[in-house]
Write a protein that binds this ligand. Structure first.
Ligand SMILES: NC(=O)c1ccc[n+]([C@@H]2O[C@H](COP(=O)([O-])OP(=O)(O)OC[C@H]3O[C@@H](n4cnc5c(N)ncnc54)[C@H](O)[C@@H]3O)[C@@H](O)[C@H]2O)c1
Length: 280
């Protein structure tokens, strides 16, 4: 079940925004546990080192290649894909995990912040696909096997907002990620390349303590966590492993008939709130 032996995974944003388990790090480690060789990119050396340490702790160091790259840069992504091919010779799984929210409404957001959100959240998924899909197409022509692409979205795509927190550019870019995934899936459906999104709810990742407390002007991360827990029907935020497991499933052969769709990992939030005071 969910065996990734002989598969190569390219994980974009395989570090973690702070110490601990972010979605990208947990996903990289989980895919390696399942037998994949994992090529992970990040623009932060420290973030990559943290993932290397995590891999080494589990004896997975031989299955892991860290590579420094800014995934908003076409040249960097092209080079990273080339390096991955040099190292492993193929790419079966692509995870576009990079993303993060910049608060603001259309008036308060600067043009640079708007562009930055589109670059970080949407362009990174586009560039990952742009350079990895030709590799998968060649694999399809040669052996009838394409690959699986998982793009990481957010329940913010359905325009929920967190306790007065507005982030319209993030919402728009993540809705874009989901539309891009569906449209791309149909482009390559005949070449055995599957494309899906994981729509992430409120997770207790290092992001919450590191970035959200700062952005929301909250001095007490515990109080923020309690507030976020209370907004979830399950009564708790999820964790990076929940995202990693959903990603693993969509990337695996067991999801072979699943494409152009999304898997919501949110403890029930989106099913119970429509225009509510919620978001990730
Ligand atoms: N944490 C949450 O609560 C939450 C909620 C909804 C959606 N998400 C989504 O999950 C994904 C991962 O979020 P996370 O908070 O777990 O982060 P993460 O801990 O997985 O870290 C992402 C990594 O990407 C790297 N990175 C950022 N920009 C980069 C770039 N341009 N090039 C290369 N590397 C870059 C960072 O250095 C970091 O190591 C994002 O797409 C985010 O929008 C997270």
């Amino acid at each position: 079940m969910l065996d990734l032996t002989r598969k190569v995974a390219f994980v974009a944003g395989a570090g973690s925004v702070a110490e601990g388990w972010g979605n990208g790090r947990a996903t990289a480690v989980l895919l390696a546990r399942q037998g994949a060789k994992v090529f992970g990119t990040d623009y932060s050396e420290d973030a990559l080192t943290g993932t290397t340490t995590a891999m080494d702790k589990e004896g997975l160091g031989d299955s892991w290649t860290p590579y420094k790259a800014d995934m908003t840069s076409n040249g960097d992504v092209e080079r990273a894909v080339r390096e991955c091919l040099k190292r492993y010779g193929r790419i079966d799984i692509l995870v576009n995990n990079i993303g993060g929210s910049q608060p603001g409404d259309p008036v308060s957001l600067t043009v640079e912040q708007w562009d930055g959100q589109m670059e970080r959240n949407l362009k990174t998924a586009f560039l990952g696909c742009k350079h990895v899909i030709p590799v998968m197409e060649k694999q399809f022509e040669k052996e009838g096997k394409g690959g699986a692409i998982v793009n990481i979205s957010s329940i913010a795509s359905t325009s929920f907002q967190v306790g007065g927190r507005v982030h319209v550019a993030y919402a728009a870019s993540k809705a874009g990620v989901e539309a891009f995934s569906r449209a791309t899936a149909i482009c390559y459906v005949k070449k055995a390349i599957r494309v899906n999104s994981v729509v992430v709810g409120m997770m207790a990742t290092p992001l919450v303590a590191a970035r959200l407390t700062q952005q929301l002007g909250v001095s007490d991360p515990t109080a923020l966590a309690a507030k976020r827990n209370a907004l979830v029907p399950m009564g708790r935020m999820g964790e990076a492993w929940d995202v990693a497991h959903a990603t693993l499933f969509l990337a695996s052969d067991e999801a072979g008939y699943i494409t152009a769709t999304k898997l919501i990992v949110d403890g029930g939030v989106t099913a119970t709130r429509h225009n509510g005071d919620v978001a990730a």
